[in-house]
Each structure stands twice: as C-alpha cells, then as structure tokens.
Design a protein around this ligand. Structure first.
Ligand SMILES: O=C(O)C1=C[C@@H](OP(=O)(O)O)[C@@H](O)[C@H](O)C1
Ligand SMILES: C=C(OP(=O)(O)O)C(=O)O
Length: 431
C-alpha cells in the first residue's frame, strides 16, 4: 500500500479496539527471559518489525525459541546469563530497543559479535552507550563510521567483581535500561553515574520493575543521577504476560477525544508499567473523561469544539508528542509541547516532521529547539509525509478522522510496532 486515505468518523462514534502487546515490554521480556536460568514463556507478545529483529537476533546468538504466532506466545530456553554462541552477526533493523539492549548483552559476554542496522538506525544515537561499554572493558570496533553501526563488539570475557561507569542518557534512556538489565550477568556490582540532564524516566522504571518480575531486585537508585546494580544471582525463568501497548492505544483514545466519541481499549491495566499512561491524564486535562470497566479503559471525548488547549512537558512520555500534535488543531486554544528535544534523534526529526505536516494541512505551528506550539485551525486536505516513522503515520491518521482529504503516504511503516494499524482503522471508519 503506497497511500492510505483516512475516512472521517461520524460524531460521537463508539470505538472498541484491541491493540497488540507493548513493544517495550516485549523486547525487555525477551532479553530477561534469555538471560534467566531455564525455560520462560512470554505471552501477549507483540509481533512486528521491532520484535521480529529481536527474536531473530536471539536465535542467531543460539537461543532455542519456540514461537507460536497465533497464540502470541514465545517459549525461550534461558542460559543463566551465558550466550549459547560466542560469534554471530546480529541485525537490529530500526529497533532502538534491539540496538541498545543487544549491544550491551554482547558486550557483557565472552564472544565476538558483528552488529548491523537499517540506514535509519545508523543515524540514531549509539555513541554514548558504546563508549560506556568500552570504558567497562568491551572491545568496540567501528566498521564504517565512528559511533555507529556496523560495529564489532568483543565481550569483556570474564566476570568482574565491581565497576563504575559514567553515561549521558540525554539522547536515549534506553542506554541506561540496557546497562541495568545486562549488568547482573557480568558484575557483582556496577555503579552507574549519569552525566546529562535527563534523570528518572518512566522507561527506566519499567526496566527496574521488569527486572524485579524476573527475580532480580538488585537495582538501587542512590540518587537521581546514580544507580547501583548488585548481581544477587541473576534472573529466574517464569511465565510472563506482556501488557497491551499503551502507546498504540493512545491513537484510538485520541480519535475519541476529537470526535466526542467513546473508545474502549480492551485489557488495559490500571497497574500498567507503561509511562505513556500519563498521556491519558493530558487528555483528561483537555476535557476527556476516563472510566475503568471490566473490559478495559474507556475514554469519552468532550463535544466536538470543546477540547481544551494545554501547555505540557512531555519529556517522560515523549512517544505521544506526535499524537498530541495531531489533535492539537482541534483544541480551542494553542497546544504547547515542551522538553522533548531528544525526539529529533528518533525514527526521524519528529519535531520537524510535526511542523512540516501541519504546514501541509495549513495549520499554524511554531517549531522550537525542544518542542512545538500549535494553533487551532481546521486541517486542510493534504498528503502526509511519514519519513519512515510509524508514529508519524499512525498519529496523523488521527487528524484525518475529523478532517477531509488526509492521505498518509507509505502507511506500512507502521509495521515497526503495529502491523495491522490501518486495518483496525479501516474497520472503525467503515461502520
Ligand atoms: O525503553 C524503551 O522501551 C523506549 C524508550 C523511549 O526511547 P528513548 O529513551 O530513546 O527516548 C521511547 O521513545 C521508545 O519508544 C521506547
Ligand atoms: C522511539 C521509538 O522507538 P525505538 O524503540 O526504536 O527507540 C518509538 O517507538 O517511538
């Protein structure tokens, strides 16, 4: 599919959707299960580009996996922190989680691994993590350009008692998640000093909680900028259920927010580990209502025309910047999103992509170094450029459910995290 023309939803639609498993939890659960001792079963798993490269990489490193796609389940034979092979070629595609978590896993081993990535991933930040791994004793050989893929990673090769490392995570919190999850397989104790300005982040909390769920409670947050990981015998195999992807659910909630509709996303969890739940509070502040029921979480939007503008720091749930930008034209006053400069280094320069696409729809948007300010205005027919970014495609489809003539180019870039997004949308708009 080259283009997708979004159909409008009627006012006050009743949406009922099921979203795939969380990408962030899927790839963490796969890593932790592989590093645990014994057999784990991970259910509710996401199958998409980002998790497929992760699964393939684990197979390439020699792990035994049984993949049951219809049941959305994977069984993994963990090796207690050892990698079954000591040499492999690993391809991480465009997945930030795979790029960061798997290089750390390789660096903490006694093998030699060659990593490669998509053209998009080669442009994304890696240098701070690779430098930290090198400082800890891994061999890092850049095969093309300094600081990026392709790269050869030679593992540290021996278990070390105690170490310290400094790392700047301003560009990606995944660097810290990668170090935290892999540290127990190499170090009796690792102290991690953060040197940048970004600190407590919801994705890092998810990492800590999932490490605990896999039997490792040895992460101590000594200060906002200092962590200590104590080995405590590593991870335990278990059966694990991945939550539905909240980042994916937010697109459908946003559709209800702009149409005065009601949206149920099935199986959402009140005790969710996902930081993007905070976006739902933003929608509440803009005039939406939330109610938990047996089937999941329902959001009800205000009457069309009554969505309120807002100023919001989205640094801790920045994947939703695009979603908020996509519905901002429908608010009754400007929407100002701050403190998300790091998303310029994700799948594309997302702040620029927002302003370019809103410009195409004739919506006024001001671009700042760390954010955007968007003014109310009816979006005009336009073709949306997606820059191979799943979230650009999925978010601006939300704009199109209330405006005429919004066409998404290259919609299938949504495969990165939500293969059938446009089929689900088709179903909703056909009714
Ligand atoms: O740890 C994770 O699973 C993620 C962390 C965030 O990235 P950054 O920490 O690079 O901002 C987020 O944007 C990404 O979608 C998933
Ligand atoms: C930034 C994202 O992905 P990644 O895991 O590749 O960093 C994203 O999904 O919005």
């Amino acid at each position: 599919m080259q283009m997708y023309e979004v159909k409008k939803l009627p006012h006050h639609p009743k949406l009922d959707v099921t979203v795939p498993g969380s990408k962030s939890m899927t790839n963490r659960a796969l890593l932790l299960a592989a590093l645990a001792e014994g057999e784990s079963t991970v259910s509710g798993i996401l199958f998409s580009d980002d998790s497929n490269v992760f699964l393939q990489a684990l197979k390439d490193v020699g792990f035994t996996l049984q993949i049951d796609m219809p049941e959305k389940r994977v069984m993994i034979q963990g090796k207690g922190g050892r990698l079954p092979r000591s040499q492999a070629n690993i391809y991480v595609g465009s997945a930030g989680t795979a790029a960061r978590f798997l290089t750390a896993m390789a660096a903490m081993s006694d093998g030699e691994f060659r990593f490669d990535a998509s053209a998009q991933m080669k442009k994304r930040p890696m240098a701070d993590l690779l430098k930290a791994l090198e400082d800890l004793g891994a061999g890092i050989q850049y095969l093309c350009e300094e600081g990026t893929f392709p790269v050869r990673v030679s593992g540290m090769g021996y278990r070390q008692p105690k170490a310290q490392v400094s790392i700047n995570i301003d560009k990606s919190s995944q660097f810290l998640s990668a170090l935290l999850m892999t540290a127990p397989i190499q170090f009796d104790e690792l102290e991690i000093q953060l040197t940048g300005t970004r600190s407590a982040l919801s994705y890092v909390k998810m990492t800590e909680q999932m490490m605990k769920q896999f039997g490792h409670a040895g992460v101590i947050r000594e200060a906002d900028d200092r962590y200590r990981v104590i080995a405590q015998g590593g991870y335990h195999a278990r059966d694990y259920m991945v939550e539905p992807d909240v980042s994916a659910a937010c697109y459908f909630y946003a559709m209800a927010a702009v149409t005065g509709g009601e949206c149920l996303v099935r199986n959402m969890r009140q005790d969710s580990l996902q930081g993007d739940m905070k976006f739902l509070q933003v929608l509440e502040q803009m005039g939406c209502q939330l109610s938990w029921g047996e089937k999941g979480l329902v959001l009800t939007g205000p009457e069309p025309g009554h969505l309120k503008g807002i100023e919001v720091d989205m640094s801790d749930f920045s994947d939703q910047t695009l979603t908020l930008a996509a519905i901002a034209p429908y608010a009754d006053s400007p929407v100002h999103i701050r403190n998300v400069g790091h998303i310029r280094g994700q799948e594309c320069d997302r702040l620029h992509a927002i302003c370019e696409n809103l410009g195409r729809m004739n919506v006024r948007c001001e671009e700042y170094e760390d954010g955007v300010k968007i003014y109310p205005g009816m979006p005009q027919p336009a073709e949306i450029e997606t820059y191979q970014d799943h979230r650009v495609a999925m978010a601006f489809a939300v704009t199109g459910v209330r405006a005429d003539g919004i066409v998404i180019s290259d919609p299938m870039c949504c495969r990165k995290t939500f293969e059938n997004y446009f089929e689900v949308l088709d179903d909703l708009t056909k009714r």
